[in-house]
Design a protein around this ligand. Structure first.
Ligand code: GLC
Length: 796
């Protein structure tokens, strides 16, 4: 018996080692083209084991999809259809597509893809040795790396502006306590821009599985690579020759933001948590008492009854309607948090409905998945289903009926304590690993679509923590649980700038840092940067010191207040900036790499946090412990916003940077519409639009845009839009005729001309001579002009 057992054991070991040998992962290469055909608008190339399909989406966008098994062709991100026509030529070794703006050359043996400009400069190409291949289900594309190649993009990723030499993983994760080096974070944007040899290209890898990007980090600088655990090698290649045009193309493909509610652009006060309606009202009242402008206040998880989504705590928030009415009477809009986890509790409406209708994620045997979050044991809605999204959207009546107008979607990576949602958890036909990276976006979509319906013609404000490419269509994002130290403030700025490249314009960070307590200096400095952050929200973790503007001593409060006032003055400019995002996808906060792509200094890690805020302003973030700073000013002339001092660019300048004066510069020729200080966006103000123009040697223009700030009437032409031109050669400023049927809330335009004295003697505004009139404030000159499409009258 013993001998028998022994031989059985030996046999079993041999068998299992054979099995092990067989399980070694095999690398499958793409191979050679065996057949080529055109099926309508798709070029189909078959190899022994796979099939490549190519579509043209626009003259500057070509899609390549390489797959072993072509399944349903769906995308959560892409909203466009390919062009109807595709033409190609074929020779013995090559297939060639020329769109007129971009060339794709496909070598047949082995099958490799190379993109060129139409004048035959190579933009990007497969690594000749490896191209695309598979290991098990994992698919990877290896690309040739050019000596001077830089990479920007990938959205919410830590590290430097230039991603060369770094590698990243996309796997939406709840990462409290993340550091300026952590990866992955909460969001997935598999889109980057490559720069080399004076050329630009973009690449969007539309694959929702866990994905990997390596920009020459571990390849001896010979190649870059990207891939995913499963799914297709499915990418869109962008060949436009400027970063802004590539962003325009990427957001054409994946959608652009709608106009946000104007109130969401004002100052936002948040905290985990204001514990009762009384406390929230107190905070709101203090803003009024201290005359600090604000528009938004938040309720974090404690407004709910035991953290049950779509409920109110019956004791501390006993009468939500009366509470919100009071907030409204003080011109505050309320935003409340919602998490995806529905508490397992029979008798709780959303639990009962979800169970009855089978709306929750399951295991393969049909059992509902349970993960623990704030409410304890939870089920997770399957946001990939239309009926579930509708149900979720309709559940917001509990919040919209009493008057909530903003909806903060959190914990939607999805987060469950322990972070390890099993791979066999199913959302309908999808297993978790396939759709984890899009769960947050689909939740934000359900929230946006549902609340938009419930609010009638009013714009909801939606904010989400987890996201995938395309989220800009539904929601703003913030960068999650940051920390109260300087490196995090600077990281936050890079994240905001990087998210801008991937189509997210309305982006915020927790001003002051979520965890830890900022020093008063850091709070003041971070708040001043908040003025130039697309979404200006102060937020902090439970247990930290209170963060509101008046908690930092009178002197600091005065600085914080002045900065918040500056945000309100800039709102006409900021709102026009969002119109630009809505129209072209160009973000409000722009890394300098967008406009000054070929200037290597902008990638210098010393200056990499600097950004343009809209068309005209350059902002240099400064640590809270430094009171002077080296700022790199790109080509052209620049004026310090605070005192009009003029600088010549293409060099670094050393400037004063006290806590009350963040280095902010205006580009010569810059046009910035401003207004007087108001206490909230609900206030009308003095009716004067202050049109600031800074003298420059080159002509410039600005699209001014205004609408009611709250409804969708702008979609039917109810807006006020006019272009403002400044032409130094002709000594003129002209305002185009008004487009749209909206009546501006500003009756008059006050023209404020900076730096004109000595440069121009006579000046005309829409054909009429204006006198250049000295003003006490750093030598500016101004005139008043009637607005609202009446003939322009200059008033001295
Ligand atoms: C998460 C969010 C944070 C929120 C907290 C409580 O950590 O990122 O912003 O305050 O949950 O809801």
């Amino acid at each position: 018996m013993k001998r028998y057992c022994c031989s059985l054991f030996i046999l079993l070991s041999i068998y299992s080692s054979c099995l092990f040998a067989q399980q070694h992962m095999e690398t499958k290469i793409l191979g050679n083209a065996e057949s080529v055909s055109k099926q309508n608008n798709v070029l189909v190339i078959k190899t022994k084991e796979s099939e490549a399909r190519i579509w043209i989406y626009s003259p500057t966008i070509i899609r390549v999809n390489i797959s072993k098994v072509h399944s349903a062709d769906t995308s959560f991100a892409v909203i466009q259809k390919p062009a109807e026509k595709l033409e190609y030529s074929e020779s013995t070794n090559e297939l060639l597509i020329n769109t007129g703006s971009l060339k794709l050359s496909i070598s047949k043996s082995p099958l490799r893809f190379s993109f060129y400009t139409t004048d035959n400069k190579v933009l990007s190409e497969d690594d000749a040795r490896f191209g695309t291949n598979w290991q098990g289900t994992k698919v990877v594309n290896y690309r040739k790396l050019y000596k001077d190649e830089k990479f920007i993009g990938l959205g919410e990723k830590t590290g430097d502006l230039n991603r060369r030499g770094s590698s990243y993983i996309n796997w939406n994760s709840d990462v409290p306590d993340h550091t300026p080096k952590s990866d992955p974070l909460y969001e997935t944007f598999p889109f980057f821009v490559g720069l080399h040899n004076g050329l630009t290209y973009g690449l969007f890898f539309d694959n929702t599985h866990k994905s990997y990007f390596d920009f020459g980090a571990s390849t001896d600088d010979t190649m870059s690579w990207f891939g995913a655990d499963a799914g297709d090698m499915n990418y869109y290649f962008f060949g436009a020759q400027s970063v802004s045009k590539i962003i325009e193309d990427y957001t054409w493909l994946t959608g652009r933001m709608q106009m946000p509610p104007l109130w969401s652009l004002g100052y936002q006060q948040c905290r985990w948590s204001y514990m009762s309606a009384e406390e929230v009202l107190n905070i709101a009242e203090t803003f009024h008492k201290e005359k600090i402008p604000a528009d938004v206040i938040y309720c974090d998880i404690d407004y709910m009854d035991h953290y049950k989504i779509f409920t109110w705590n019956k004791t501390t928030f006993a009468n939500p309607k009366a509470f919100i009415d009071q907030l409204k009477s003080m011109n505050f809009h309320l935003v409340t948090i919602v998490d995806p986890g529905i508490k397992v509790e029979p008798g709780y409406k959303q639990y009962d409905e979800g169970v009855a209708k089978n709306y929750f994620a399951t295991y393969p045997n049909g059992e509902k998945y349970v993960g623990s979050v704030w409410p304890g044991r939870c089920h997770f809605p399957d946001f990939f289903r239309d009926d579930v999204r509708k149900w979720w959207g309709a559940s917001f009546t509990a919040l919209t009926e009493p008057g909530v107008e903003g909806f903060w979607n959190d914990m939607n990576e999805p987060a469950a304590w322990g972070q390890n949602i099993p791979s066999i958890v199913k959302f309908g036909d999808y297993y978790m690993p396939e759709v984890r990276n899009v769960y947050g976006m689909e939740m934000a979509r359900a929230t946006f679509e549902g609340t938009k319906k419930l609010l009638g013609n009013k714009r909801p404000f939606v904010l989400t923590r987890a996201a995938y490419s395309g989220t800009q269509r539904y929601s703003a994002v913030w960068t999650g649980d940051n920390s109260a130290y300087d490196a995090h403030m600077l990281l936050g700025q890079r994240l905001v700038n990087s998210l801008g490249i991937t189509g997210m314009s309305l982006v915020g960070v927790d001003i002051g840092g979520f965890t830890g307590d900022p020093t008063p200096e850091l709070m003041v400095r971070w708040n001043s940067l908040g003025v130039y952050t697309p979404m200006f929200r102060n937020h902090a973790m439970q247990g930290t010191k209170y963060r509101e503007p008046w908690r930092w001593g009178k002197e600091n409060e005065a600085i914080i207040k002045k900065d918040i006032e500056q945000r309100y003055k800039l709102l006409p400019y900021i709102y026009s900036g969002y119109y630009q995002s809505h129209q072209t996808g160009l973000p409000l906060s722009r890394t300098l790499a967008i406009n000054y792509t070929q200037d290597t200094s902008v990638f210098n890690t010393k200056y990499q946090n600097q950004f343009l805020f809209g068309d005209a302003l350059l902002v240099a973030p400064v640590e809270s412990t430094r009171f002077t700073e080296d700022v790199y000013l790109p080509a052209g002339e620049w004026y310090r916003l605070s005192n009009g001092e003029k600088f010549t660019g293409s060099k670094a300048v050393h400037v004063e940077a006290p806590l009350n004066n963040l280095p902010v510069f205006v580009k010569a020729g810059g046009i910035i519409p401003m207004q007087n200080v108001i206490q909230s966006t609900n206030e009308k103000g003095d009716g004067i639009l202050e049109l600031n123009v800074w003298y420059g040697k080159e002509a410039n223009s600005f699209v001014y845009y205004e609408d009611d700030g709250s409804s969708y009437n702008y979609e039917n032409g109810e807006y006020y839009k006019r272009e403002i031109y400044f032409d130094p050669a002709k000594s003129t400023i002209s305002l185009s005729a008004v487009e749209g049927s909206f009546t501006s809330k500003y009756n008059k335009i006050k023209l404020v001309m900076h730096g004109f004295k000595g440069n121009i003697k006579t000046f005309k505004v829409n054909g009429k001579a204006v006198k250049i009139w000295p003003d006490a404030e750093h030598g500016t000159d101004y005139s008043l002009i009637d607005n609202n499409s009446k003939p322009i009258i200059i008033i001295y």
